[in-house]
Design a protein around this ligand. Structure first.
Ligand SMILES: NC(=O)c1ccc[n+]([C@@H]2O[C@H](COP(=O)([O-])OP(=O)(O)OC[C@H]3O[C@@H](n4cnc5c(N)ncnc54)[C@H](O)[C@@H]3O)[C@@H](O)[C@H]2O)c1
Length: 245
């Protein structure tokens, strides 16, 4: 199968690309190489792999790359709450808007198989019970919000044979050619999984409000939103989605 992997030079992507090649798929990677090309360097020269150093926000590039593909695995993102808070505009453009466009381009190209890497962060933190696809969503940070709204965008653009699969990954661990040591320290931090006010939200909401006037995120301290609060936030998102496409 001819597969496009966005973010294929990342922690998960650099392993996935190897697995796809082992399974005899033909792979194109689109990655802006924020962490360099080293994770894929030993694969250079393979006839079944093409690395495109580019940005998923480049709509023409994306449209040209999906044209001959049969499947898309969408991993490229600004990953984690700290990274999103550092540049909220980039996070929204990459995680939400570019995802929506990639899905639209995939629909236009007649692609049926589309796998989207979402995150368990969409459920918020501090839950005692087991979670399922039916569990209430309670994203407490911009990162999780961009993922939730990207999920929604996928379902909105879905038509014809396009059937996106959304995987809400838990935190991945272990070695990769681009090992994310930030995850190791995050997972081992005491109280990481307790419900705590966000460190980053105050800074990021200030940055957002000047450039994204329709963006509404509750100010700190953050607790898990109620169903009503989440419904209100979703309607704000719908406005944002319409005005930023
Ligand atoms: N690692 C985890 O534990 C975890 C958990 C839940 C969800 N996820 C999701 O899995 C996906 C991959 O995560 P990861 O841990 O491999 O992250 P990563 O940061 O290692 O990889 C992301 C890759 O995307 C690329 N990228 C970023 N912005 C881009 C852009 N605008 N255009 C092109 N490429 C761009 C980066 O260069 C990088 O190679 C992400 O979507 C993330 O939200 C990861």
């Amino acid at each position: 199968m001819k597969v496009l992997v966005t973010g294929g030079a990342g922690y998960i992507g650099s392993i996935l690309v190897r697995r796809l090649l082992e399974a005899r798929h033909e792979v194109v990677v689109l990655d802006r190489l924020a962490f360099g090309d080293e994770p894929l360097r030993e694969l250079a020269g393979r006839p079944d792999l093409r690395l495109v150093a580019g940005d998923i926000r480049d709509r023409d590039l994306v449209a040209s790359l999906v044209r001959d593909r049969e499947a898309v695995v969408h991993l490229a993102a600004i990953v984690g709450e700290a990274a999103c808070a550092a540049d909220p505009k980039l996070a929204i453009e990459t995680n939400f808007e570019a995802t929506r466009h990639l899905a639209e381009a995939s629909v236009a190209a007649g692609i049926a198989r589309f796998v989207f890497a979402s995150t368990c962060s969409v459920y918020g933190a501090g839950r005692a019970s087991r979670l399922s696809e039916e569990s209430e969503l309670a994203p407490a940070e911009l990162y999780a919000e961009t993922r939730v709204n990207a999920e929604r965008a996928l379902t909105e653009v879905a038509r014809g044979g396009f059937r996106p699969t959304v995987l809400r990954f838990g935190t991945v661990y272990g070695y990769s050619p681009r090992t994310r040591f930030d995850l190791w320290s995050t997972c081992s931090r005491p109280g990481r999984f307790a419900t705590t006010p966000s460190r980053s939200s105050a800074a990021s909401s200030g940055a957002r409000s000047s450039t994204w006037p329709t963006w509404r995120v509750p100010s700190t301290p953050r607790s898990r939103p109620t169903s009503a609060a989440w419904a209100a936030r979703r309607s704000t998102w719908a406005t944002t989605a319409r005005t930023t496409r």
